[in-house]
Design a binder for this molecule. Structure first.
Ligand code: NAD
Length: 485
């Protein structure tokens, strides 16, 4: 570890660290050891006020910058993030427990991709001209104002950047509240934004539990709320934002299907299922946790999966040879253990795993259940841990019907060598992010987000611009106005 993770203050507002110890304590626990590595405090009403006032003032100025200049700040920030990838990755590992082997390639790099992409896009954002005979309409694409971002704990750097990059590119300011479980990473991004030339107050970070998020959401100065979190929190935040007709993006949970046909290339299908269940120890919203395998292939699939799980190297996440980390918190570990208990109680066949790993920290074995039926708790509810359910199916039609029988719709995947079937099936699956012979890719160039209870709005790609800007129309009459009287 190259630096002490204790920040100079809990919050970052107006270009500087801010502390108010009157706020509730937030203990930052390193999940690999269970030890406290930093202590922060939740934002008090005075801190929240300071952040919103700073964002409001900075946004007015920022909106007047030329889009090209705004883009340049974001691209510079992207470059700084890449230069500091190791330091930022170590912090991400301390915050979340994810192995450095992962964080070096998936977190600050993904955040940097977003800043680079939206930095490049900024100067291309325009309104349009609509000719109507001699008259015409032009449209003005404008920022929304002050945006609030609220993050989950699994990808603290990525989530902060995925929200902030398009928001700032469009001329908005951001007040970001990280998850109370992983509060450290966003503070570093705030420092980097200022270093890259962003005006003080454009990107602010305030810490806190749900109440802090709730008071940000209802503040009349806030034009837009983007939440990454669970579906129950999403419903509350969406409802609170609706009270004042605010814009929202909701990136919520899932219970996504991954369908493996018997003509699939077995190792690729197993690889996809591993990525979609055990990367980040299963703490990924888009995971394909219901793995539907065509009946003939079930046992070969399970055999190969068990073999490949022999390659799991759990241990000190800072050791780059380690490829499997702990749960983010003791609380999350207990939640997942309860699901494992229900899986056993309800009659699923435990193929491998199921227990806590020896030693300190919140490590759970990669767990695979077979003979899972659609009515079991582990097949219905989001677990958010390393628990895969394998469900046998016979026909294509049956697989599609069962895959869609969930309130969620974040992701879906299909493994088959039959390309016609792949497209036919994917078109019928109710999910926002779909994969053919792959799983869990999330490049910034592609829209990301869910349908049904998994959310509204899209992050990444040009789509995100529509969620951080609005369009006004101006009608221009060239002749006289004809009125009835
Ligand atoms: P969570 O819903 O408990 O919390 C998310 C955030 O919302 C936290 O910052 C929390 O403090 C805040 N919050 C809680 N109550 C609030 C309220 N009433 N008003 C405003 N803010 C409030 O989720 P979590 O446990 O941190 O994260 C795991 C969940 O996030 C999973 O369901 C997962 O699927 C989802 N997730 C979704 C995506 C996606 O992009 N779709 C990505 C990562 C995680």
């Amino acid at each position: 570890m190259s630096y002490d993770p204790q920040p100079a203050g809990s919050h970052y507002i107006g270009g500087a660290y801010v502390e108010d110890k009157a706020g509730a304590e937030i203990a930052v626990i390193y999940p690999a050891t269970g030890k406290r590595i930093a202590t922060l405090h939740a934002a008090t009403p005075a801190v929240i006020e300071q952040a919103l006032a700073a964002a409001e003032a900075a946004q007015k100025d920022w909106a007047k910058w030329s889009p090209r200049e705004r883009g340049r700040v974001l691209t510079r920030a992207a470059q700084i993030m890449r230069e500091r990838n190791r330091e930022l990755s170590e912090l991400e590992t301390l915050d979340t427990g994810k192995p450095l082997q992962e964080t070096l390639v998936a977190d600050a790099t993904s955040g940097s991709d977003a800043l680079e992409y939206f930095g490049g896009l900024a100067a291309t954002l325009t309104g349009e001209h609509i000719q109507l005979g001699d008259d015409w309409v032009y449209t003005i694409r404008e920022p929304l104002g002050v945006c609030v971002g609220i993050g989950a704990w699994n990808y603290p750097t990525q989530i902060a950047c995925w929200k902030t990059a398009p928001a700032l590119a469009c001329g908005n300011a951001m007040v970001f509240k990280p998850s109370e479980t992983t509060p450290l990473c966003a503070l570093k991004i705030a420092e980097i934004m200022v270093e890259a030339g962003a005006p003080a107050g454009l990107f602010n970070v305030v810490q806190g539990y749900g109440e802090v998020g709730a008071s940000l959401v209802t503040d009349p100065r806030v034009a837009k709320v983007s939440l990454t979190g669970s579906a129950p929190t999403g419903k509350k935040v969406y409802a609170a934002a609706a009270g004042e007709m605010k814009h929202v993006t909701m990136e919520l949970g899932g219970k996504s299907p991954l369908i493996v046909f018997d003509d699939a290339e077995l190792d690729n299908a197993v690889g996809g299922a591993i990525l979609g269940n055990f990367y980040s120890s299963g703490q990924i919203c888009s995971n394909g946790t219901r793995v539907f395998v065509q009946r003939d292939l079930v046992e070969p699939f399970l055999d190969r999966l068990k073999e490949r799980l022999g390659g799991v190297v759990a241990g000190d996440p800072m050791d780059e040879a380690v490829n499997y980390g702990p749960m983010v918190s003791e609380k999350q570990m207990r939640i997942v253990q309860e699901f494992i208990r229900k899986g056993k109680d309800e009659g699923a066949r435990l193929v491998t795993g199921g227990g806590q790993m020896a030693g300190a920290g919140f490590f759970l074995e990669p767990t695979v259940f077979a003979d899972v039926t659609d009515d079991m708790t582990i097949a219905r509810e989001e677990i958010f841990g390393p628990v895969m359910s394998v469900l046998a199916f016979d026909t294509e039609e049956e697989a599609i019907t069962r895959a869609n029988a969930t309130p969620y719709g974040l992701s879906a995947g299909v493994f088959t060598r039959d390309i016609s079937r792949a497209h036919r099936v994917i078109r019928q699956l109710e999910a926002g992010s779909c994969f053919i012979n792959s799983y869990n890719d999330a490049p910034v160039e592609a829209p990301f987000g869910g349908v049904k209870a998994s959310g509204v709005g899209r992050e990444n790609s040009k789509e995100a611009i529509n969620h951080y800007s609005q369009v006004r129309s101006v009608y221009v009459r060239m002749g006289d106005v004809e009125a009835p009287f």
